[in-house]
Design a binder for this molecule. Structure first.
Ligand SMILES: [Zn+2]
Length: 396
C-alpha cells in the first residue's frame, strides 16, 4: 500500500493514500484551499490521519511531493471554461482589430517562446503613422503567470473598449497617449494551464532537472543588479534565497540568470525601443494595487504620487482593493514592478479577483470592468501630468 509521510516538529505524520478520497470532496473551483500550506493543513487536520511515534524503517517522502501529488490529482478537474479565450483566440482577436482599424492598431511581434509561439503586443494610437515616443505612453501586461486566467482577458478588454466601444472618455485619452497592450506575456504556460494543468504558473522552458521560469522573477537591470539577486543570495543553493528561488522545482524559480527568458527580453525590447513611460502589470489574485519596491523596504522617490493615484483608482471601484508597497505583501526580486520603476517608468501591479480561475462569465466581467475603471483613472492622471513620465523619474 502506498503511504506518504511528512515530518513536522520531529513527529512523523502519516498520510495514507485515502487523501485522494478527501480531495474528491473539495470544491475544486475554490482554489484558495490549494495554497500549499492549506493543502498540508487540510491533510493533517483530517481525523483519519494519525500521528506516528516511530522508531525505524519508515519510508519518507517530503512535503513538496505530497503537495505536488495532490495538485496532480486535481488538475484534471479544472479546465479552461468557454468564456476564457485561449492563446489563439486572443491573438486572432488582436489580428482582427488590426485589420478592422489599420489606422489605429499595429501588432508588434516581439519574439518567440521556447515552444515557438509568438509573443505579440499591440500599439493603439490616434494615428498609427504618428512617430512613436512622442506622446506619453502606457504598457499594460497580463499573464506573466500562466494560471492567472482573468488577467489576459482584462488586458485585451482595454484594447477592445478603446476601439469598439462608444466610451468617449476612454477614446479621448488617445489624443494624448499611446497605448501598448501585451495580453499574454507567457503563451506556453497559459496554454498548458488552460488545457492541461490549471495550477501551472511559470513558462515552459526545459532544463536538465526541471521545467519553468517564473517570469515575474526574471527581470534584471544593470542599474541595480541586487534588484534581481541580493548580494548574499548565492545561485548554487536555496537556503539563502530571498524574493525568488534558485531551484528549478520551485514555482518562483528566477531562472539561470537575469533576463534569460525570451518573454522578458521581448518586454524589455518593447519598452526601450518605444520609449514607454508607464507600466501596469496585471496579476491575480487578492484585490490589491501594489507599488514599488518589492525587493527592499526603502521608499521610492515618488511614494506619495503612487499612493495618491492608487487611492483615487481604488475610490472608483468602491475601495475594494488594498493599496500597499509590494514588499509589505512579501519580498520579491526580479519583478516587472521593480524593474520598470528602476528604469524610470511609473509602475503598478494589480492583483485582481478572489481566485485564479473565474467561475462564471459574470465574475470575469466584473474583474474586467474594475481593471478598465482603474486604468481610465490612470490614463486621466497620466494625461493630466500628475503621473511622471519616464524622463522625469530620477532613479537612485
Ligand atoms: Zn502573478
Amino acid at each position: 500500500m502506498d503511504k506518504y509521510y511528512i515530518k513536522d516538529n520531529n513527529n512523523l505524520i502519516a498520510i495514507s493514500n485515502k487523501y485522494i478520497d478527501y480531495a474528491k470532496n473539495i470544491d475544486v473551483n475554490r482554489d484558495h484551499i490549494l495554497d500549499d500550506n492549506e493543502i498540508v493543513d487540510f491533510l493533517v487536520k483530517n481525523d483519519d490521519f494519525k500521528i506516528y511515534a516511530t522508531d525505524k524503517g519508515i519510508e519518507f517522502v517530503n512535503k513538496d511531493n505530497i503537495i505536488q501529488d495532490f495538485k496532480l490529482f486535481l488538475r484534471d478537474k479544472i479546465k479552461g471554461p468557454d468564456f476564457i479565450r485561449d492563446y489563439n483566440q486572443i491573438i486572432n482577436k488582436m489580428k482582427e482589430l488590426e485589420q478592422k482599424y489599420p489606422d489605429k492598431v499595429k501588432l508588434e511581434y516581439l519574439g518567440k517562446t521556447f515552444e515557438g509561439r509568438d509573443i505579440v503586443a499591440m500599439r493603439i494610437s490616434k494615428n498609427i503613422n504618428d512617430e512613436e515616443g512622442k506622446k506619453k505612453s502606457i504598457l499594460i501586461t497580463g499573464l506573466h503567470h500562466a494560471r492567472e486566467w482573468a488577467t489576459g482577458e482584462s488586458a485585451l478588454n482595454i484594447a477592445e473598449k478603446l476601439l469598439e466601444s462608444n466610451d468617449n472618455e476612454l477614446n479621448n485619452y488617445l489624443n494624448d497617449l499611446d497605448i501598448y497592450i501585451l495580453p499574454v506575456v507567457n503563451p506556453d504556460g497559459y496554454e498548458y494551464s488552460l488545457k492541461e494543468y490549471a495550477w501551472w504558473r511559470k513558462n515552459k522552458k526545459t532544463f536538465e532537472n526541471g521545467m519553468g521560469v517564473d517570469l515575474n522573477r526574471n527581470y534584471f537591470t544593470p542599474k541595480d543588479p541586487t534588484l534581481y539577486r541580493q548580494p548574499n543570495d548565492k545561485p548554487d543553493n536555496t537556503w539563502d534565497d530571498y524574493g525568488a528561488s534558485d531551484s528549478v522545482y520551485s514555482d518562483t524559480y528566477r531562472g539561470p540568470y537575469g533576463n534569460s527568458e525570451e518573454e522578458i527580453k521581448a518586454i524589455t525590447k518593447l519598452v526601450n525601443s518605444k520609449h514607454i513611460d508607464t507600466v501596469i502589470d496585471i496579476h491575480s489574485y487578492g484585490n490589491m494595487i501594489l507599488y514599488p519596491w518589492g525587493y527592499t523596504n526603502n521608499p521610492t522617490e515618488i511614494d506619495q504620487i503612487y499612493e495618491e493615484v492608487a487611492k483615487e483608482m481604488n475610490s472608483f471601484v468602491n475601495n475594494s482593493f488594498r493599496v500597499m508597497q509590494a514588499i509589505k505583501l512579501y519580498p520579491t526580486t526580479g519583478s516587472s514592478l521593480d524593474y520598470h520603476h528602476k528604469e524610470g517608468r511609473f509602475s503598478y501591479t494589480f492583483e485582481i479577483g478572489n481566485s485564479f480561475f473565474p467561475k462564471s462569465k459574470e465574475e470575469l466581467d466584473s474583474q474586467k470592468q474594475k481593471v478598465l475603471t482603474m486604468v481610465k483613472i490612470f490614463m486621466k492622471n497620466l494625461s493630466a501630468g500628475k503621473i511622471p513620465t519616464q524622463k522625469y523619474i530620477v532613479s537612485k
